[in-house]
Ligand binder design. Structure first.
Ligand SMILES: N[C@@H](CCC(=O)N[C@@H](CS)C(=O)NCC(=O)O)C(=O)O
Length: 236
């Protein structure tokens, strides 16, 4: 039984994405912009802990963005959201078309790698105070350890990008959107880019994509709203 009744069998579902600036909600925002279907974003004010408000917890009891409402039904977890979008809008080619079930599940492994392995390291670099509430200690201990771990990850990704501009060679995919968010988030707080020229090139190419520019413009609008409300937490 769905938690929320779906409003019929329209060909084009009504899509609403809960987002917050600088978060991993950037990845499905890019995916939705690449698709080009109409969608709405709803800003969650994390500085006001809105993700844990009673109202939002009714939508996503995990208190996290992204959350995608599909005809009113909440879908959580980037791996699931991105996989659903790729399957629902095949013409957008968010993932390379494959017929072999093993290849398909390898794409899931790639998304899961970013969500389950890379993202927690991003959090330790970008928000170390989530691990140890004592801010000076978290920046002195948690961040450097995570940076060390991230260098290993980025070395592997940089080598992978030797064979082509994108994660899947010549085929752009939403996995590139994931890398774009990770790289932007860690370099935004000082991660050293020098040893990773292929990822720098990847990031520059991503910035040229109109869909990425539209996604970033949506985020910039939300940053302005938060600044006006004195609720913007700039990366540091
Ligand atoms: N496993 C989730 C992680 C989602 C997640 O951690 N989102 C963060 C932003 S990047 C969030 O909502 N943080 C708010 C909080 O933890 O209070 C996914 O991949 O979608």
């Amino acid at each position: 039984m769905p938690l929320v009744a779906r409003s019929g069998s329209r060909a084009m579902p009504e899509l609403k994405l809960f987002v917050a600036p600088n978060t991993c909600a950037r990845v499905p925002t890019i995916a939705l912009e690449e698709i080009g279907a109409p969608f709405e974003t709803s800003l969650i004010r994390t500085a006001a802990n809105q993700q844990n408000s009673a109202e939002f917890l009714k939508v996503n009891p995990k208190g996290k963005v992204p959350t995608l409402l599909i005809d009113g039904v909440p879908l959580t977890e980037n791996v699931a959201i991105l996989s659903w979008l790729a399957g629902q809008f095949p013409e957008a080619k968010l993932l390379p078309e494959v017929s072999d079930p093993l290849e398909k599940v390898m794409q899931t492994a790639d998304l899961a790698f970013f969500a389950g392995t890379v993202h927690p390291v991003v959090t330790r670099i970008a928000m170390p105070m989530k691990m140890i509430p004592d801010a000076p200690l978290s920046f002195e201990i948690v961040r450097p350890k995570a940076v060390e771990e991230m260098r290993k990850i980025m070395k592997m990704i940089n080598a992978r990008l030797e064979d082509g501009p994108w994660w899947y060679g010549d085929h752009w995919s939403v996995v590139d959107g994931y890398l774009f968010w990770v790289w932007g988030r860690i370099t935004g707080v000082g991660f050293d880019v020098e040893a990773f020229p292929n990822i720098q090139r990847h990031h520059a190419m991503m910035e040229l994509r109109p869909a990425v520019q539209r996604a970033m413009a949506r985020e910039a609008e939300n940053i302005e709203i938060l600044k006006r409300e004195d609720l913007y937490m700039a990366p540091r």
